[in-house]
Design a protein around this ligand. Structure first.
Ligand code: CMP
Length: 507
């Protein structure tokens, strides 16, 4: 190739002249130093050291006769150092700084590495030519050498071409979450694809380096493609006593407002198996932030515990445990009595119940139920039907009203002793607001039948509740002027509502 020979000659002449070669290399390295951001300046160390070696080799050959073989060897060595320094410097300048930093278009790692490799290969070829060795002849004349090189590079070249295929096909890219089948431990986010391997960072912050050849042969699950939406499945067991539709409702209610769970596609439940100790359900839901999957799964499991507790569904123990048998009816009664006692204490401080005679209060404590809610859970949803009154035993809830146009506003916070849900219970209207737990809460739930029984025995409490109810309805009214106009009508409204309630409960 005459062109290549010409370039080689020019480069050899530049290098032999000493001053010109050193001058060009120094100018190149100064340009790199000026353009490089501080973090990248460390990359200059190698070309500077190579340039120093070049100068040292030139100085060492100075006293020698130009015809001596040592002089010739030192010339070739100095040429190698200079070309490597020039190659590396030019690569840094063009690829890393001008393309990557100035133009903001960094090359994919694999292309970057291949170009760098080609530059070094060119340096070796030119040095070989300058030393009088024809590189092509090296390979063609020695079949053994060709076989050795071919065999030893087999794996490396396989990885290189697999890497190029990945780059061209893009089954995954840097930033994607993938799993290499079938090992579930091999799940991680791709942080780099280079000429030899792909690097993946797992949730444990452990870096996996997987050879591109292995990746090309494996089945890859990509959780980020074609969309970032990924399905999660949680396996839960319910007891045989609980009908599957009831368990399904509890599971769907539990997952409904967990942060990170998508509303669309909606969650769903599959009744999966009838097992030894219970019925196995699969709760399926979708997320769009795969990195947070474990936390979302955990939050869903926590919510399931609360939802099961509220619905009176027990998580079955494995059949071989004897713990169930150890719970004697007496100890269960004792713990129920304790809970009832705590409920009674809470009911005593509720203002509209204050006037209730002790036996009636006692009866209410027996008829009602303590329910646990986790922070963030929705107790009541605006617009839903409902027939229960709740009294806050511990914790705090927020009263949130949705307005036309989709905005929401918190209108009140209710702590221990306060009640909510009276509007729907007493009027039969849909829920007027959403109630959400702002901390873990214990709520006393009074259903319509229990409330009716107490109301029949003490009709006076209807008036007290109605006063609160009317005040709350007014507060719900956003329009101040409308509220003012209605102020006069409040008394009439109280009477009308009271009539409606009396009629509803046939008092
Ligand atoms: P209900 O409509 O059954 O369900 C939502 C509940 O939120 C409602 O009953 C009231 O108990 C409560 N609520 C509505 N507005 C207010 C308010 N302004 N202050 C306190 N509680 C409210």
């Amino acid at each position: 190739m005459p062109g290549a020979a010409h370039i080689t000659d020019v480069l050899v002449r530049i290098a032999s002249s000493g001053a010109i070669g050193i001058g060009i290399a120094a100018a190149l390295l100064i340009a790199v130093r000026m353009l490089a951001p501080p973090a990248q300046r460390g990359k200059l160390r190698l070309p500077v050291v190579l340039l120093c070696f070049h100068v040292a080799a030139l100085l060492a050959r100075m006293p020698l006769a130009p015809t001596s073989s040592l002089h010739r060897t030192l010339s070739v060595v100095s040429l190698f150092f200079l070309l490597t320094a020039l190659g590396r410097g030019a690569f840094l300048l063009v690829v890393d700084l001008i393309l990557g930093v100035r133009l903001g278009r960094p090359l994919p790692r694999i292309i970057h590495d291949i170009i760098q490799g080609l530059v070094y290969a060119g340096v070796v070829l030119i040095t070989l030519r300058a030393a009088g060795v024809e590189p092509g002849s090296l390979l063609t004349t020695s079949a053994l050498l060709t076989a050795v090189i071919g065999l030893s590079l087999q794996e490396t070249l396989g990885n290189l071409f697999a890497g190029l295929a990945i780059q061209a096909q893009r089954p995954f890219e840097v930033g994607d979450w993938i799993q290499i089948e079938p090992d579930p431990r091999l799940i991680g986010q791709i942080i780099e694809i280079n000429w030899r391997a792909t690097k993946v960072l797992t949730n444990d912050q452990v870096e996996l380096t997987i050879p591109n050849g292995t990746l090309a042969k494996s089945t890859i699950r990509n959780f980020t493609k074609p969309t970032v939406t990924a399905r999660r499945t949680i396996e839960v067991q319910g007891p045989y006593e609980a009908p599957p539709p009831v368990v399904e409702q509890a599971l769907l209610g539990a997952v409904a407002s967990v942060p990170g769970v998508l509303l669309a596609p909606p969650p769903f439940v599959l009744t999966a198996r009838f097992d030894d100790s219970g019925i196995t359900y699969h709760l399926c839901y979708f997320i769009d932030d795969f990195a947070r999957r474990d936390r979302v799964d955990s939050a869903v499991r926590q919510r399931i515990w609360f939802a099961f507790r509220r619905a009176g569904i027990s998580v079955p123990f494995p059949i071989r445990t004897v713990r169930m048998a150890e719970v004697s009816p007496e100890s269960r009664e004792r713990s129920e009595a304790d809970e009832r006692q705590r409920r009674l204490q809470s009911l005593r401080v509720v203002d509209f119940l204050a006037a209730l005679p002790p036996p009636l209060l006692d009866r209410l404590a027996t008829l009602s139920k303590t329910c646990l809610y986790m922070v963030g859970e929705v107790v009541i949803r605006q617009g839903a039907a409902g027939h229960e009154l709740f009294i806050v035993q511990s914790g705090e809830v927020s009263v949130i009203v949705g307005r036309e146009g989709g905005s929401t506003a918190e209108v009140a916070r209710l702590g221990p002793g306060k009640f909510f849900g009276e509007m729907s219970l007493m009027t039969g209207e849909p829920r007027s607001a959403t109630i959400q737990a702002v901390s873990d809460c214990e709520l006393v739930k009074v259903d319509k039948a229990a409330f009716q029984e107490i109301l029949a025995a003490a009709p006076g409490i209807a008036e007290k509740i109605t006063e609160v109810l009317v005040a709350r309805q007014s507060a719900l009214d956003e329009n101040v002027s409308v509220r003012r106009a209605r102020a006069g009508a409040e008394e009439a409204k109280t009477t009308a509502l009271l009539g409606k309630i009396r009629q509803f409960f046939s008092l």
